[in-house]
Design a protein around this ligand. Sequence first.
Ligand SMILES: Nc1nc2c(ncn2[C@@H]2O[C@H](COP(=O)(O)OP(=O)(O)OP(=O)(O)O)[C@@H](O)[C@H]2O)c(=O)[nH]1
Ligand SMILES: [Mg+2]
Length: 328
Amino acid sequence: MCKCLGCGVKLQTQYKDILGFTNNINNKLCERCFKIKNYNDYKYVTRDNSEYIEILKNINFTNDLVVLVVDLFNISKHLDEFSKYLSNNILLVLSKRDILPKSCNDENLSNYFSQYKINILDTVIISSKKNYNLDELYNKINMYKISNRVYVVGFTNSGKSTLINKILYNYSDNNVNITTSNLPSTTIDSIEVKVNDDLVLIDTPGLLDEGDIINYIDSSKLKKIIPCKEIKPITYQVNNKQIILIEDILRLDVYKNDLTLYMSNNLLIRRYYEDIKDLKCLKKYDLVLNGKEDIVIQGLGFIKFTKKGKVTIYVKEGIEVFKRKNLI
Ligand SMILES: Nc1nc2c(ncn2[C@@H]2O[C@H](COP(=O)(O)OP(=O)(O)OP(=O)(O)O)[C@@H](O)[C@H]2O)c(=O)[nH]1
Ligand SMILES: [Mg+2]
């Protein structure tokens, strides 16, 4: 069976509209990967988490080390899902450190994850983009691995394939380059890459987070939403009721509080001091803050509040909105 070296899908030459199509079975890449890599032209695919859960169950049959990659900017509410299926030792990798402000304390970020019921051996904060802490991560992978096989898992878009490419680039002669993109489900099936005789990394497709904004927004808007460089947080002190609109995506009604927005700086933010009708047609969430809590709008970012108070959020139905203790 020939597999695409970019996404792991089984190659086929019969059905143009089905995953894995290529016009020549001897090609190394499927047509979809070829287009992503050469034209940045992404064909949206819908995947089912049940296939992915089977992959996790099979990893659980091994005793091998698992590298769990979590996007620091987009931490899912459902991270504990991984512990449902995996009892392997886990090296937690907090990715995309370059997106959060430099001033954040790495130790506090790591400590934040102690609340999850995951079998964490150790934590490393990285940025594949900036090559931050990759030596430390590579050493820890070699130190903790039980066999020469190490699995890389996580939610879709957390940066698994980018990390593997970077490890290959830094520490290996293997010049394989897995397909990456900022859209979900880029990796379709497991891909084994040999780093050296003692280490094989196995990339896996990402678990889909159903409440992530990525599933509800036109892909042309994603460039605005997904930050690609360090976020400059925006702080507001609200003394009387104010309304903050973020593009046509989110409406925030705040009554007396201090808040800081951690979102892409490409988004248009408008602030109103009197009542307006805009975006009230979206789904409404009335939230009570107990002090030092963030409101997360999955995939869009988060809003840090310091004080107790009431907040109303309007956002497209389906996008997950939840509270958590302050990350930063
Ligand atoms: N800013 C920043 N972006 C990153 C970093 N690592 C990955 N990305 C970006 O995140 C997006 C997703 O990366 P992928 O490596 O395709 O993510 P994945 O986890 O393999 O995704 P799936 O294959 O869909 O499960 C891409 O646009 C990457 O360029 C990083 O360290 N910093
Ligand atoms: Mg991938």
